[in-house]
Design a protein around this ligand. Structure first.
Ligand code: GDP
Ligand code: MG
Length: 269
């Protein structure tokens, strides 16, 4: 375990990974090319044998400051939650390992966060955004949920479930995350920030189905956990549920994940 507090990073970029050796280098290159705000990358993996780890170990040290975060549980949601627990920067971005096209948005998202927002979401469903290549059922549910929730005044942004989202330190230090499935952490943090009465913002973003590897998204298994947060969002406006109903983090909240500096990591023998 290493202390992850001694970093000058203004943005900690949390990336859940599952065998992403074919994608991760172009993602790290995209950060190096486009992000001017000091940042650090937290690679959040499940298995010691994950092929992403040797790939990032070989990445030039002068191009990225990288920490490895071992998932406290299993699956992408817990991996991200583990990364959020290890993050220390004032702004924390969740970014997917098959996305090497949104990096130009990171500095503007950081500017929006510093301007007083607690969540800045990439939005696929606004002018300039795009959502391409997902299976039809996932597309239909995602678009319907986002469209209806915006128009029912559930949330003030047009994309409720995008994982590509930046969060403030204040929000991460305040809210207890209870989601366990899919990528519901992102829906939960959005609707809780809104219920707290804190500002959320959006920026047009792109989402394209991966071309390397297979999606691990399980639409039918995860639809109910997503629906819970849909109801929660409606409860804020329509049932008058206020900030006092948002479960707060306590000092004792959650175990800390194992964090390894990339220099200290060795492949399992
Ligand atoms: N740690 C971890 N990361 C995962 C897991 N499944 C997916 N991911 C990561 O989550 C991100 C999005 O996964 P993907 O399968 O592309 O989902 P989709 O974009 O919704 O189709 C990628 O960075 C994956 O590597 C998992 O079981 N554990
Ligand atoms: Mg994907």
């Amino acid at each position: 375990m290493t202390d992850s507090a001694d970093s000058p990073a203004m943005i900690d970029i949390v990336i859940p990974v599952y065998n992403e050796s074919g994608n991760i280098i172009s993602v790290l290159d995209s950060f190096h090319e486009h992000v001017k705000t000091p940042y650090r990358v937290l690679i959040c993996y499940d298995m010691d044998e994950d092929d992403t780890l040797p790939a990032v170990k070989n990445y030039p040290r002068d191009k990225a400051d990288i920490l490895l975060v071992k998932n406290l549980g299993r699956g992408p949601n817990q991996a991200v939650i583990s990364g959020l627990a290890a993050a220390r920067a004032p702004a924390v971005l969740v970014h997917m390992a098959d996305d090497d096209y949104n990096a130009p948005l990171i500095d503007p998202m950081h500017d929006m966060l510093m301007d007083g927002r607690d969540v800045v979401t990439g939005s696929r469903f606004v002018r300039g955004g795009c959502y391409r290549g997902a299976p039809w059922l996932k597309q239909a549910l995602t678009r319907t949920a986002s469209f209806s929730l915006y128009h029912l005044r559930g949330v003030p942004v047009h994309d409720c479930t995008n994982g590509f989202r930046m969060f403030s330190r204040r929000l991460l230090d305040t809210v207890e995350i209870t989601s366990t499935e899919g990528f519901t952490f992102t829906f939960e943090l959005l609707v809780k920030a809104d219920r707290l009465g804190w500002r959320v913002g959006e920026i047009p973003a792109t989402w394209i189905e991966r071309t390397v590897g297979q999606s691990r998204f399980r639409v039918k298994e995860w639809v109910l956990p997503y629906f819970c947060w849909y109801k929660y969002a409606l409860g804020t406006r329509w049932l008058g549920k206020g900030p006092e109903t948002v479960v707060r983090k306590t000092a004792a909240s959650g175990p800390m994940p194992e964090v390894t500096r990339i220099d200290d990591w060795e492949p399992a023998t």
